[in-house]
Ligand binder design. Structure first.
Ligand code: HSE
Length: 459
């Protein structure tokens, strides 16, 4: 019994899926049962590495969905529209959907899940996060017995590639980005990657699954790597840290959540200092990793290639096989498997994170005079913030104006004229965010401090 597959999109991922279906030997026997029936492409005349019969191709995605021979619709075209409408059309036609579209699922996942539940079809999304890393199914199924405390990950390969090279070569962000674009590791328009939006889409999806309720994508505090200064990467390394773009979803509070109450979550994406021995610190280049911390399992880490034709197609085909397997044993007439379907059983509430606790890295431009470090220390002490280390990296004489001085503008230049300057880096112990902000406000008001040049969280 073959199962008809319709592909919406024949780009990198679509071609990867078609390649697996075209060569089932040595894979699970169910792969041989999958038959590509129709493929929607943008341009029929384009030459493609994988030869597909001309009659399979069409420029109409609707024709793929509506084709009676297509039993499972695979959406790998990307973008918000028409992808969202096409997914809904397939659901309305009673056809299960497999999609790699994180942008659509992060924004319209609730609408799509409701439509799928009402129609009794699966919408599976393993390829939407972490490329070839199986993380969606483990969160839905294998880790279901846990209370999840935190999900944190390096879930954008482009930024991890850039940060890895900045750390290895001491290179500036803009230079590495330009090189990454030239080498094809970064998109011509890198905004979604470098500004953190892609990672925010993915953590919204992971948090929704880990905590059992939709997480509003628009409420996720997001900061990218596009303003990261190479000197912070270098100083962090000297202090025993690596800088990574980490996406985190953390439950505030402990123990069992109160029944019926929304679960408070702090969900964010930003450059983060990781101690060199942290499990995520060793993730280099375009690889991704997701660390799940649950009770009682402890820490479980998933690691692997986060993008690319083969890895993403591996995840897409896994979802197709899940649906094909259910079909083989009689279909979903008895209802959807609640562990495989996108079920949501409670409300999540995003909180501002001011009560969350973490360590901090701060780089300050100051005057290089007696008592400056003492006054900075007093501001931290008065706010109840304990300092782990405080280091004066370099003292520069007035004539030695640096790039940072120029960026600093009038205030910095005034200090430069006034005399010697210092660059001071402080790492705090783990403190409540609101206390740290209070200390920082006081430090900004010190006449010795000309600029808070950088402020990064550590995990
Ligand atoms: N642009 C993404 C990344 C891959 O750089 O990780 C697709 O999710």
């Amino acid at each position: 019994m073959t199962i008809g597959i319709g592909l919406l999109g024949l780009g990198t991922v679509g071609a990867g899926v078609a390649a697996i279906l075209a060569s089932p030997e040595g894979r699970h026997p169910l792969v041989a049962e999958l038959e590509l029936k129709r493929v929607a492409v943008r341009d029929l005349s384009r030459t493609r590495p994988l030869q597909l019969a001309a009659e399979l191709l069409t420029t109409s995605p609707e024709a793929v969905i509506d084709d009676p021979a297509v039993e499972i619709v695979v959406e790998v075209m990307g973008g918000l529209e028409p992808a969202r409408s096409l997914i809904l059309r397939a659901i309305a036609a009673g056809k299960p959907v497999v999609t790699a579209n994180k942008a659509v699922i992060a924004r319209y996942g609730e609408e799509i899940a409701a439509a799928a539940a009402a129609r009794g079809v699966y919408v599976l999304i393993e390829a939407a996060v972490g490329g070839g890393i199986p993380i969606i199914e483990p969160l839905k199924q294998s880790l279901g017995g846990n209370r999840i405390q935190r999900v944190s990950g390096i879930i954008n390969g482009t930024t991890n590639y850039i940060l890895s090279r900045m750390a290895d070569e001491g290179a500036a962000y803009a230079d590495v980005l330009a090189d990454a674009q030239r080498l094809g590791y970064a998109e011509a328009d890198p905004a979604a990657d470098v500004q953190g939006g892609d990672a925010a889409d993915k953590i919204a999806i992971l948090a929704g699954l880990a905590y059992g309720g939709p997480v509003p994508r628009a409420g996720i505090a997001t900061e990218g790597i596009d303003r990261l200064d190479a000197r912070d990467v270098a100083y962090a390394a000297q202090l025993g840290f690596v800088v990574k773009l980490v996406a985190t979803a953390e439950r505030l509070g402990s123990g069992a959540p109160a029944p019926g109450e929304p679960i408070p979550l702090d969900v964010r994406v930003h450059p983060t200092l990781l101690p060199k021995q942290h499990p995520l610190a060793g993730v280099h280049g375009v690889n991704n990793a997701i660390l799940v911390e649950g009770d009682p399992v402890g820490q479980v880490m998933f690691y692997g290639p986060g993008a690319g034709a083969g890895p993403t197609a591996s995840a897409v085909v896994a979802d197709i096989l899940n649906i094909a397997g259910i079909r083989q044993v009689g279909g979903s007439e008895a209802g959807l498997d609640p562990l495989l379907a996108a079920s949501s059983w409670r409300q999540c509430e995003l909180v501002d994170g001011s009560t969350s606790r973490h360590r901090n890295y701060v780089r300050l431009h100051t005057r290089d005079e007696a008592g400056v470090i003492g006054r900075i220390g007093s501001c931290f002490g008065a706010a109840g913030v304990s300092i782990q280390s405080i280091v004066q990296f370099e003292a520069r004489e007035a004539e030695g104006e640096t790039e940072a001085d120029v960026e600093g503008g009038a205030t910095d230049r005034a200090a430069t004229r006034a005399g010697a300057k210092a660059e001071i880096v402080v790492i705090t112990h783990e403190v409540q965010e609101s206390h740290f902000r209070q200390a920082l406000a006081a430090i900004e008001n010190l006449s010795d401090v000309t600029k808070v040049a950088a402020c990064l969280r550590t995990l």
